[in-house]
Design a protein around this ligand. Sequence first.
Ligand SMILES: Cc1cc2nc3c(=O)[nH]c(=O)nc-3n(C[C@H](O)[C@H](O)[C@H](O)COP(=O)(O)OP(=O)(O)OC[C@H]3O[C@@H](n4cnc5c(N)ncnc54)[C@H](O)[C@@H]3O)c2cc1C
Length: 425
Amino acid sequence: MAPGGANPSPILEVSRLYLILGNSIAAISAVEALRKVDPNGSITIVAKEGEPAYSPVLTPYYIAGELPRERLYLRKKSFYREHKVELICNDGAAKVFTDRKEVLLESGVLLKYDRLLIATGGRPRPAAFPGAALKGVFVLRSLLDAANIRNYALGKRDAVILGGGPISMRSAWALRKLDIRISLVISSNRLLSRLVDEEVSLRLEEALLRDGGYRIYKNCDLLAARGKEKVESVELNNGESIPAQLIVVGKGVIANKELVEGTEIATANGILTDERMETNSPGVFAAGDVTQAYDRVRKKNMVNAIWPAAFAQGKVAGLNMAGASATFTGTVPMNVIEVGGVSLATIGVRTDKTVSMRAGNALKKIYLGENKITGAVFLDDLRGIGLLHTLIRNEVPLDRLPSPQRLLENIEYCRLLRIFSRKAG
Ligand SMILES: Cc1cc2nc3c(=O)[nH]c(=O)nc-3n(C[C@H](O)[C@H](O)[C@H](O)COP(=O)(O)OP(=O)(O)OC[C@H]3O[C@@H](n4cnc5c(N)ncnc54)[C@H](O)[C@@H]3O)c2cc1C
């Protein structure tokens, strides 16, 4: 009996309501982690699209005809049932109300939550030029975008790709595989200007020109797309008009974070999270491209819209939502791009202090900081990039390594010996 003679109230095993907004890799990874800790809580995923979760990373291969659509799906159809997830498709989350722990969907439905994960990713900056509404103007983000591009592109001859970033390069690669001639229209004076240095841009440009199917318009902008109903040509601000039956606009990505406007949840370029992937609103987590989380190399929160980050962040968020204790140790920025018959991998950040190695068309470069490697770029020969990733991620001191030049020249050998774990000598 409890003091005063009253019966003790029974401990109620109330199952938690987990609500996940978005249905891509961050969400899937969160569900898998969460279910390991809490087999019984109720999980609902709200998905704007009508598809089971798929990989945007693979959409260029689908456009190129190198992968069938089925291969893009992340998990088997039974995933949601097996993980006891209620999937609400074709409905988007419109607004989060943290004070009453509710989310309003675009359909008007209100959903309650005990723990909320925002994993709504990003969207392409929309096309904004006269003629942008013509048939044949696309962005590439979703599987639907990819299917639309592929269907439209088959049999076409000329495409304009607007922008010189990673998504533009991937779009160009995919369309080139369909034997379409590519005109890259970039407002800067070089390709991938945010990602690589001038030398690497130049080498990449040379590779594209060797391919024969690319023209590159630098320091250029698209003034208008011309055509009756469909795109037939584009007009550039250098006075040129170039034939094009389709345009893919790759002018950057915006985080889908508007749904937290009006709440206390802190945002900058993305939703800000701590090392638990929790926002400043207790019980509300965020993961993936919508998030501005810790960047291990830059030592501050950044939007790093890459797959491995979304996966890792989703996992940490899922564990913490379920009551476990997990820490996100930070993203190492990384990109791998195939274009013009070459592969390019970039890791970390650039500095002015570089060490390079060239062999034929291949170029390997590492960027040095205070007694550590901060970044690397490998072009045309990616062997050893994994070792560089480890060295950058773990901030292995340079004085524990062979000289950077020796490291680059013997990277395969170093990798095999895991030479970085010993003193050079
Ligand atoms: C063409 C392309 C190629 C890429 N290649 C690479 C690569 O080679 N390597 C790499 O590391 N990364 C690559 N990426 C980036 C990678 O795909 C993303 O980092 C990753 O998909 C992010 O996962 P996410 O779960 O955060 O969100 P996303 O994959 O962006 O998915 C978010 C989901 O949320 C849904 N959603 C949006 N708003 C709402 C809402 N309000 N309510 C409900 N649902 C909503 C969306 O429909 C979408 O399904 C590529 C991206 C693209 C587009």
